[in-house]
Every structure is written in C-alpha cells, then in structure tokens.
Design a protein around this ligand. Structure first.
Ligand code: NAG
Ligand code: NAG
Ligand code: NAG
Ligand code: NAG
Ligand code: NAG
Ligand code: NAG
Ligand code: NAG
Ligand code: NAG
Length: 758
C-alpha cells in the first residue's frame, strides 16, 4: 500500500469513528461538558438537570446514553420498561465477578425452626436504618421485617391518626421480643423520639434503651480486615451473643465467619425467604454470592437508546481498556462522568432492556398494585407536566420503600384541586400561598407543611401610594377611608396582608371576620379581581362585594358596561402587574402587591418607580420613593407556598411524616451523587420549572408558630385572626356554603380552564 493508500485508509477509519454519541452530563459538571469534547472526542455533551431527566431525554431520542444508580435503574425499568437498554454495569473493583451490588441475608442459629414465621418472639439484630456504608434503601433495610412480621399489612392495628412509621414499629414490637434497630424510625424527629420511647423492646439489644448509640463495641475482639465499628459486624456479634436473627449484607457475613469467627460458622444458617435453612460452612461463606438472599441488588448501569446500544457497547471496550479509567483525554473525562473514581470497573453486559435486567435480579411490584397498610395519598396536580413529575416521584418513593405510597391525579386548575380535597376526592395539594386564605376560609383546608424559601425568594407584600399626592393625601392607614384600592386578586396574599395591617391600625374592626365587608366598607372603590366570584367568596357573607371590583376595567372595552370582576387577564388590573397598572390609574390611591418581581413588571408597563412610595406596616411612609422596600416596611414577609390538606383529616399525621421522608430523600439534604435516586422535588423536572413545588423552595417546615423558619412563622401569624374567626380548633359540621361548593364544581371546571399566571 502506497502512502496515499495508507492516507485513504486512515480517512476511512476516521470517518467510521466520526459518529458522535450524545451523553448525559449532570448540569453540576459544567466543566466536564467542555472537557468531554476536547481532542478527537467521539461524544457530545447533553447537560441534564438530574439523572432522571437523562432517562426522559433518552426516551425522546435527545440523548444516546448515560449512567444510572442501582435504584434509578430499578425505577427506570418500571417507568420505561423497554425503552432503554442496559449495555454495561459499573461494579466495584473488589466485586467485579459478582453479579450483585450487594445481597442482604438473614442469618439464624442452626437449630432455628419454623421458617420466617419462626422468628416470632425472637431477638432481631439489625445494622440500623442509618447505616450508610452500603447503599440500602428503606425498602432493603425493612425487607426481612415485611416478610416476617408482615409490616405491610399492619395486622390488628387501627390506622386512624397513625403515621406509617408508627404502624410499622407497633407491628414489629409485637412480633419480635427484643431488637436492636438503630437510626431514625421516622424522619420527623418528634415522631422518632415518641416511638423510641413507646417501643423500647426494639432497642433492648442495643447499648442503650433508645437505640441512640447503636451496639456496644466494648469487649468484642478486633481482627484485621473486619471493623468492629461496622454495624453489620456488630449485628452478627449480637446474633452470636443472644440474637435469633441478624439481617446483614453477605459480604460482611463472609468477613465475619472467614476472618473473625471461623470457629462459629457451623452454628448458623442462612434463612431463605421461602423458609428453607441453608447451614453455613467454610466453603459456603467463601462463595461471593449467598446461598439465598432476602434482597439482591442490581449494579449501577450504563444505559443506551436501543438504536445505538450495540454501537456504543462496541466503542466502550476501546474507550476504557478492561473497563478501567483511561487516565487521560476525553475518554477519562467520560469515565469520571459516567463511572466515578478508581474503585470501579465497567463490565459489559449482554444487551437487554432495563426491565429484563432488573426483573431477573430484583423484581418489585408496581406502586399501584402494591400492598400497604395505609391508603395511598392522593396528590392533586394541575398540568400534565406536573402529573408526570408526580408519577415519577410516586414510583421513586415506592422503589425506595417510602410509606404511605403516593397516587397522582390531574385536575384542570388550582381551585378545582382545592375543592377536590374538601370533598375527599384528593388528599394533598402543594400550592402558592396566594391561595391560603380562600383555601382556609371557603374550603376548610389547612396546611400540613409549609415550604421554606431562600431568603430572597420568599413572598414580600407591600402597600404603595402615589408620590405626587402622597404627602397630602395618604400618609397613614387611617387616610385610606373612602379611597380606591388595587389588589392583584381577591383573597390573595396581598389582600390578607392588607386586612391584617388594617386590623392592627383599627381601620377595620378586629371583630370583623367578614374580610369582604371590612374592605368593602373601608374603601370607596377597589379592584380585587374575583371578589364576586363563587370560587373566591363562597362564604356565608351577605355583603354585596360589587364595590370591590368597581375600579377594575376590562382589557378589551366591553362598550357600554365596562364592569368586570374576572380573575384572569381579561381584567386589565388582574395579577401583580395588573395591580401596578391599576395604581397608575388616576382614579386610584393605593395598591397592595408582592414586590419580588416589581421592578421588571414596572419596566414592562413603562412606569417610573420613583413616582411611588411604600406605606409601611408601622404606619409611616418609607423614607425614599421606589419599589425596593426594606424588610421592616413590608406588610407581610412569608413563605410563598404550602401543602394543603383537609383540616382534621385522620391521615394528616401520616401525610406530615411522608413529606419529612420525601424531603429527606428528594430535597436538598444530600448531593446528587449520594442520592439513591437523583430526583429533586424542588427543582425543575424535564426542563419545566415550578412543578409540584416552586423552584424557590429549599425545604419544608412545620405549620407552627414555633417553626424555625421566620417566613413560616410569619405565615402562621398572618392567619391567626382568620383561624380565630373560623374556629379551626374545633371544626364543626360544614356550614351551608359546603353544599354550594359541590354545586359549583361544574362551574369551576370551566372557569379554571383559563390558565392562571401569576
Ligand atoms: C438452639 O440452641 C441453643 C443452644 O444450643 C438453645 O439455647 C436454644 O434454645 C435453641 N433454640 C431452639 C429454637 O431450639
Ligand atoms: C412531626 O409530625 C407531627 C405530626 O405527626 C407534627 O405535628 C410535627 O410538627 C412534625 N414535625 C417535627 C419536626 O417533629
Ligand atoms: C427455597 O429457596 C432456596 C434458595 O433459593 C432453594 O434452594 C430451595 O429449593 C427452595 N425450597 C423450596 C421448598 O422451595
Ligand atoms: C427480555 O427477556 C425475554 C426473555 O428472556 C426476551 O425474550 C426478550 O427479548 C428480552 N427483551 C429485551 C428488550 O431484551
Ligand atoms: C388629594 O387631595 C387633594 C386635596 O385634598 C385633592 O384635590 C385631590 O383630588 C386628591 N387626590 C386624589 C388622587 O385623591
Ligand atoms: C350588588 O350591588 C350592585 C350595584 O350596587 C347591584 O347592581 C347588584 O345587583 C347587587 N347584587 C346583589 C346580589 O344584590
Ligand atoms: C401581566 O402579565 C401577563 C402575563 O405575563 C400578561 O398577559 C398581562 O397582559 C400583563 N398585564 C398587564 C397589565 O400588563
Ligand atoms: C417604620 O419602618 C420603616 C421601615 O423599616 C423605618 O425606616 C422607620 O424608621 C419606622 N418608623 C418608626 C416610627 O418606627
């Protein structure tokens, strides 16, 4: 072959390799994204917010491959059973030949009888719910308990007002005579402490009676290669000394009986899920897989779209020789992105669907067909994108073993969801705090949780008056009498903040519980969109609210009769930006609105901020003009959303701690790499913001005046007056308007179809 022939040949090779594959890269690794495409790279970067977004992109052919954790692979195989293919697994270097990431096993004394049921009244040695050395989800941690004590059926317990954790621990406490089961029994600290106090037999084998310090390591022997501080080793020690069963990882059974206690191996058996005993021997514990496991965990996977699975698998062996990091160049960067550090190897698998891969190792029933003590919590959503995030959340929580389960439903709008909860056709709804008043007053709902916001994103409500007339006309709340006011929406957060300030300043009598009457009698006119609508004022008020819409005007003139009270953008003064437009109207005097986006909203309307001045809560005018208002001047500074449920729903305790668990696993508590499933409840999903929770959410908090978050306490305080009026402490039978609620649902379906943008 001449030189030109060689050149041609090289060209052909180059062309054959010219295909680039699109790989998902978590957005936090933005530098990796650039480095991936350096120097002859065969891949291009597809940034993704979370690894679950990668699964969605793969199924839409917007990416070619990516990697998923063990639990994510299980989730994907349920959500997209045959859309993706496993091309390789990522295994730790010390277990390359082992088909499972881990196996959990039940080890019992050799003379154990009666199978799994034979564990009744036994002594249970558990590594702890906080044991973080192997990545065990709650479902794995509790698998033996479910099969032995049937904790998923809660035999003999009434479920009223109980949390899932309480039902579980109650059943366990009745099943085992003693146990050591360290770590949190609930992610709600109050519930956890209460359960530890009430069921001390489940801590009796621990060092102290509340499980808090786990097992005592005082006089156990120390052997090289076996850590006495490892909870699995400690659980086996517990079994050796006095236990009837230890539920541990097979790799630690091996360490324990090979290195530490070889003299004891013949005294124990593995208890299989079907009740069979397999006596342990030196030979058996030397095997890298257990004789029978309670749970076998698939490995972390590299997954590709079917059309390119074979092609990518073929390239992998040349990218990473022997499945190891190539050490330099883009292939090394790719290794870091998909695989992680030096303690892993990539092992090629025969190509199969994700569901084939996981079902052969760890089949899990689907969330909608699973057995549970408590009925599923029905979560109301208002769009198909939100429904989809909810379904992924529900499945992810189910895969991890979080109780109670979630089911998701979609309704046409916020008010419809709110009324569905009132009528018990749905259970929870996470919504803008803007709806807090109406949900409480008209629909008798209450919060099970509030969100926490980053300081800058909480809801800030202020009152503004016109600079030109401010000095002479409105300088104090007392001057508001017979003036004309603008509100974004009747009953919204700005309206409630106004009523509270008016109560404080006694321009509305503190005994006035009818807020429409209070405002309507104070002002000469107003625009409070929705004030005359059934959705907003289902109250028993006999006040004619027309005056609260006298200042509104339609976006498109209706000719003769220009009256509108509609609560959508056909009302020109609707919404926060509408309120500022309303204040610019010469006929009005004051506007109550949220300030977060005000500068941009004023710019869009071509208004000059220095023409306005805030009227502060302490009844003085702000020192300077403009719409940037300091905290002390605000009428309210509160969280921007809450999770609503029926007041006094017997399931509320269970719902409350469910959200503690969701926050623990899907909130911002751990980095994406540590998350068992990389779903972020408070972040955009599949590129869409504000689904289930707004992006401004950073966590959850209690609806309590003792909450540690200041904006949450402020929010509780904001509704104090209302709750005193409606007597939320002892809600009696539904008043008359409840029947009206049911009646107006048909109307709601239609009205809520109009998208509500705030
Ligand atoms: C198993 O043997 C031990 C001691 O050898 C004994 O204490 C225990 O009661 C026996 N258990 C059963 C279930 O027979
Ligand atoms: C724990 O759950 C209960 C309801 O079961 C709730 O009242 C309490 O506020 C929750 N939060 C904390 C931090 O304990
Ligand atoms: C029980 O399971 C073990 C391990 O999977 C198996 O070897 C054994 O044959 C099973 N026994 C019965 C009765 O099904
Ligand atoms: C899944 O496994 C079944 C049976 O083993 C096989 O027939 C099928 O082709 C596999 N599906 C995929 C997508 O690999
Ligand atoms: C403010 O007060 C002055 C004098 O009382 C009056 O002429 C003017 O119309 C008032 N302006 C508004 C907007 O009410
Ligand atoms: C409320 O008042 C307006 C105008 O004052 C009147 O047109 C309307 O009929 C009244 N509505 C009711 C229900 O009384
Ligand atoms: C306010 O914003 C909405 C959507 O962002 C827009 O449709 C509406 O016209 C705006 N209102 C005013 C008064 O500019
Ligand atoms: C009222 O609040 C404003 C804004 O925080 C502050 O600047 C002013 O000093 C306060 N006035 C009085 C009398 O407390």
């Amino acid at each position: 072959m001449g030189l030109s022939g060689l050149f041609l040949c090289l060209l052909v090779i180059a062309a054959a390799n010219a295909q680039t594959y699109r790989v998902c890269v978590p957005a936090t690794d933005s530098v990796e994204c650039q480095r991936l495409e350096i120097g002859g790279s065969e891949v291009s970067c597809v940034p993704v917010e979370t690894r679950l977004d990668c699964a969605l992109k793969l199924s839409r052919n917007e990416a070619d491959f990516g990697s998923f954790s063990e639990e994510e692979t299980l989730l994907i195989s349920q959500m997209q059973p045959s859309e993706q293919q496993v091309i390789a697994t990522v295994r730790s270097t010390d277990k390359i030949g082992v088909p499972y990431a881990f196996e959990s096993v039940a080890i019992v004394p050799i003379n154990h009888t009666g199978g799994v049921e034979g564990l009744r009244n036994g002594k249970y040695c558990h590594p702890g719910l906080d044991s973080d050395e192997v990545r065990w989800s709650p479902r794995v941690l509790k698998a033996l308990e479910v099969s032995a004590a049937l904790t998923d059926r809660c035999p003999g317990s009434g479920t009223e007002r109980k949390t899932a954790e309480e039902l579980e621990v109650e059943t366990l406490s009745g099943f085992f005579s003693e146990a050591c089961r360290p770590g949190p029994w609930s992610y709600n600290t109050t519930v956890d402490a209460d359960l530890k106090r009430r069921f001390p037999n489940l801590c009796a084998l621990c060092d102290n009676a509340n499980c808090s310090s786990g097992y005592s390591v005082g006089n156990s022997i120390n052997v090289a290669g076996v850590s006495n501080n490892n909870r699995h080793i400690q659980a086996l020690d517990c079994l050796l000394n006095r236990g009837s069963v230890a539920y541990v990882a097979w790799q630690h059974v091996q360490e324990f009986f090979i290195l530490r206690n070889p003299q004891n191996v013949n005294q124990f058996s593995a208890l299989c899920p079907n009740g069979t005993l397999v006596p342990l021997t030196d030979e058996l514990v030397a095997l890298s897989t257990s004789p029978c496991a309670v749970v076998r965990q698939p490995w972390k996977t590299i997954v590709a779209a079917p059309s390119v699975a074979t092609a990518i698998q073929n390239r992998i062996s040349s990218w990473w020789l022997n499945g190891a990091d190539s050490g330099a160049g883009w292939t090394s960067t790719l290794y870091q992105v998909l695989v992680g550090g030096a303690s892993f190897r990539v092992v090629q698998e025969s190509i199969t669907s994700t569901s084939n891969y996981t079902n052969s190792i760890r089949p899990i029933d689907r969330v909608d067909t699973s057995t549970n003590c408590l009925p599923a919590v029905r979560w109301c959503t208002v769009s198909s994108a939100e429904l989809r995030k909810c379904s992924w959340l529900a499945s992810a929580a189910h895969i991890l073993g979080i109780q109670p389960t979630i089911s998701c439903e979609q309704r046409a709008g916020n008010f419809l969801c709110i009324s569905e909860i009132t009528t018990s056709r749905s259970d929870v709804f996470s919504v803008d705090s803007h709806y807090g008043y109406i949900a409480r007053k008209n629909y008798r709902l209450s919060a099970v949780k509030l969100v926490q916001n980053a300081r800058a994103t909480a809801s800030r409500v202020a009152a503004f008056v016109k600079e030109t007339t401010a000095q002479s006309n409105v300088t104090r709340f007392e001057n508001l009498r017979d003036k004309v006011a603008c509100f974004p929406e009747y009953g919204g957060i700005a309206f409630v903040a106004f009523v509270r300030a008016a109560h404080e300043r006694q321009v509305i009598s503190a005994s006035e519980c009818d807020y429409a009457r209070g405002a309507g009698e104070l002002f000469r006119g107003a625009c409070a969109p929705g004030a005359t609508s059934d959705t907003h004022s289902l109250s028993d008020s006999d006040f004619n609210s027309t005056v609260l819409c006298s200042a509104c005007r339609p976006t498109v003139s209706l000719g003769g009769n220009n009256f509108t009270c509609s609560w959508d953008y056909t009302n020109y003064y609707y919404g926060n930006n509408g309120s500022i437009a309303c204040l610019a109207d010469p006929a009005t005097d004051v506007a109550f609105l949220e300030t977060q986006n005000l500068p941009a909203q004023m710019a869009a309307l071509n208004l000059n901020p220095s023409n306005y001045r805030a009227l502060c809560r302490n009844n003085t005018l702000a020192n300077s003009t403009g719409v940037v208002v300091d905290d002390g001047c605000l009428l309210a500074h509160v969280v921007d959303a809450e999770v609503l449920a029926r007041r006094d729903d017997p399931a509320n305790n269970a719902i409350n701690t469910l959200f503690d668990s969701l926050d623990h696993f899907f909130g911002y508590n751990v980095g994406a790499a540590q998350q068992l499933i990389n779903l972020h409840l408070y972040s955009p999903f599949d590129g869409t913001s504000d689904l289930l929770f707004k992006d401004t959410t950073i966590g959850l908090t209690e609806y309590s005046s003792e909450a540690s978050n200041e904006q949450a306490r402020n929010y509780v305080e904001l509704f104090k007056h209302l709750e005193a009026c409606t007597g939320s402490a002892s809600p009696g039978p539904l008043p008359d308007y409840a029947t009206k609620t049911v009646f107006s649902i048909a109307t709601l379906v239609i009205t809520t179809l109009i998208p509500r943008l705030f």
